[in-house]
Structures are given as C-alpha cells and as structure tokens.
Design a protein around this ligand. Structure first.
Ligand code: COI
Length: 362
C-alpha cells in the first residue's frame, strides 16, 4: 500500500484552478505535483503537493553539470470512468537506464507508479476527454547536492508534474537534414533521456525553424551518414510497401512509441525492418518513388506524418503520400491507448484504486 502524504493545501489549489479552453502541449500545468527525496542512500516518503516553485541550492549539480533525467508518458480518460496509463513500466525501466548513465540512483517501480498515479488521481477532473488529448505526465529526477566540484550528487529529488494537453505535433512535418551538428556523441548520452541532449538540439531546431521547417533530422555522430531520430521523436519510412526504421544505436532514444508502432504494424500485417538507414539511400528512394510515405512517432507526438525531407540548400524531397499508413497506425495506437479497443499486447492499465482513495481522503 502507498504511504504517500497528501498535502492539505491541495484541495484549495484544485478549487482555484481553471482549465483554459485552449490547451496546446505542456503549457497548462495541473495544480498538483509529486515529490520524493533521496538522501542518506535511500528514497524517503513520497508527498503530493500543490504545484509550485521548488527551492534549490544555487550550487546544485543539476544547475551546473546537468545531472537530470526525465520521462514523458500520458494518462488517458476517453469514454471511461477511470484514467489509464500506457506501458508505464517501460518508462520506469528507461528512467532507470537513464539514471544509471547519469550516475543517479534508480527508483523503485512502486515509487514511480505512486508518483504518476497520485498526480493522475488528484488531477482526474482536469484530464481532457477528446480523443488525442491526455494528461501528459513528466516525471524527472535532479541532482541536488550543492557543491561546485564535479561528480555525482548524494541528494536527489524525483518529481512528477502533469499537463492537460493536446498532441505535440498534430499536423504534417517538414524536416531538415542536420548535416553539421550532432545531438549526441559516440559513447555519449544519446540513448539516455537527459536534458543535455535536448539542450544540444536547440541550436539546430532554431536554425531549422528559421528556415521554415519543423524538426531537424539527426544523423549518426560517427559517420554522419545514417538516419537516427528527430529530437523527441523516432522516424519510419514506407519503402516498397514495407516499414523501415533505424536500428537502435547507443546514440539515440529507444522510443516506447517506436516499439509500440513496430509491434502494432507487424500485428496489422506490415513487414517492419529495423536497419541502418543511410540518408542518401532514403533520398534516392524518395526520388525514385520507392519511398512514398514517412512519419515520426513519440509519446507526445503520437504518430505524425512527414511531408518533406529537405537539405539546407533548399532541395526538398516531397513524400508522395501523406498520412495514410501513419493515420492507420495512429488510429490503431490511439484506440489501444485510450482503451477504445482490445489491447492484444496488454499495454494499458488503470490507475489503481488505492490512489483514488488517497485522493478522496485529501
Ligand atoms: C515525449 O514524447 O514525451 C518527449 O519526451 C518529447 C518531448 C521532448 C516533447
């Protein structure tokens, strides 16, 4: 049983909160959050608190040496009395993978589930109910030790915040091949979900957007020849009727939506090939009409079509077909995530009753 403490100020914070009519992605924050601290070599008792600023030593390791890891997942409440999660223990596994890479302590599945469940149960009245919408959950861990020498913290906080949201990229995306910069290094932290990778991608994102595109397409940091990912999304291409996606490497993120799309597409009868994908080969395949569709996927983005892959010199490779296979997979995935259809993979689970009881008692 969870022994999470529910702060008495939460009721007032909830009562004051008004959900804006337009949600966007990640802009509106639920008025509650969860926090558990790590000190003396152990995780302490979890607390649900009103959302608010956190006090931090200005010398904290996270502020200087970026000792941080995070996750993104959603709770859904479409046509159902109870909210549900999608593959939350995969997010837990990946958080711990990232934590190991960043020399941070692992967290138990019980505390991870307590954090996302308490925040979801307390925020239940704010979860939007239209298909494609959800409560986006952002669990993260930060190194708090206030000492300017390099090295790992001995104190940490694991925090969960939440945002009633729309999908991140609902429309068609134009992507620009990043031929100069790298978001991750060989032997670096590319496969970990840590803030530094996203900070490293921002310069390219700004350049890309200034040129009228939406996302940078990253190549492998070793040869700069092979497709890896978009910052925050994985990539698929439909070539000669088969789905191709870059084989996982240590320099890009092992997307949970990527894995779900692979399994769902195979279940629907598509052949899915995970392989090294040279960018020149893909461009030649688009030009020859062999590759007719491409799309990106991620927790926040779900499955989003790509309409153009472009070079910085202005050469555009337009995809012949947009949002056909992507739409089929998005619909199939959303039906499972939102519990509107059978879940042959056992991916979804309801928020446990004990967390509703805790929320009710607050
Ligand atoms: C997610 O899909 O949850 C992500 O982490 C992408 C985010 C950087 C917007």
């Amino acid at each position: 049983m969870s022994n999470c403490i529910i702060d008495s100020k939460i009721t007032a914070a909830m009562a004051e909160f008004q959900t804006p009519t337009s949600l966007g992605f990640g802009k509106v924050k639920s008025p509650v959050m969860y926090r558990v601290d790590y000190r003396d070599g152990a995780w302490q008792q979890g607390r649900a608190l009103p959302y608010g600023n956190i006090e931090i030593d200005p010398a904290a390791k996270v502020l200087h040496y970026a000792q941080e890891v995070f996750e993104g997942l959603k709770s859904y409440k479409i046509d159902s009395p109870r909210a549900n999660f999608f593959r939350p223990l995969d997010n837990h596994d990946r958080l711990n993978f990232s934590a190991r890479r960043m020399c941070m302590p692992e967290i138990s599945a019980e505390l991870f589930m307590e954090g996302i469940s308490v925040v979801t149960a307390l925020s239940e009245s704010l979860i939007p109910t239209q298909t494609g919408q959800s409560l986006y959950l952002r669990p993260f861990m930060i190194g708090l030790t206030g000492a300017l020498g390099m090295g790992a913290s001995t104190e940490y906080a694991f925090i969960v915040i939440a945002s009633p949201s729309e999908a991140y990229h609902a429309g068609e995306m134009k992507v620009l091949i990043e031929r100069e910069g790298c978001r991750a290094a060989l032997g670096g932290t590319g496969a970990a979900k840590t803030g530094g990778n996203y900070a490293a991608a921002t310069q390219s994102a700004q350049k890309t957007q200034a040129m009228g595109y939406h996302q940078s397409l990253w190549l492998d940091p070793g040869s700069m020849q092979n497709i890896e990912e978009l910052s925050g999304m994985n990539v698929f291409a439909l070539i000669d009727g088969k789905l191709h996606t870059p084989r996982l490497t240590p320099s890009f993120l092992k997307g949970i939506t990527r894995d779900s799309v692979i399994k769902l597409a195979r279940h629907k009868g598509y052949e899915v090939i995970e392989r090294t994908m040279p960018i020149e080969e893909l461009l030649a395949d688009i030009r020859a009409g062999n590759c007719i569709e491409a799309f990106a996927c991620g927790t926040a983005a779900i499955v989003s079509p790509i309409s153009v892959i472009a070079e910085a010199d202005g050469t555009n490779y337009e995809l012949e077909q947009s949002d056909v296979v992507a739409a089929e997979l998005r619909a199939g995935l959303l039906e499972i995530q939102e519990r509107r259809s059978e879940d042959p993979f056992g991916w979804t689970c309801e928020v446990e009753d004990q967390f509703y009881q805790l929320a009710l008692a607050s």
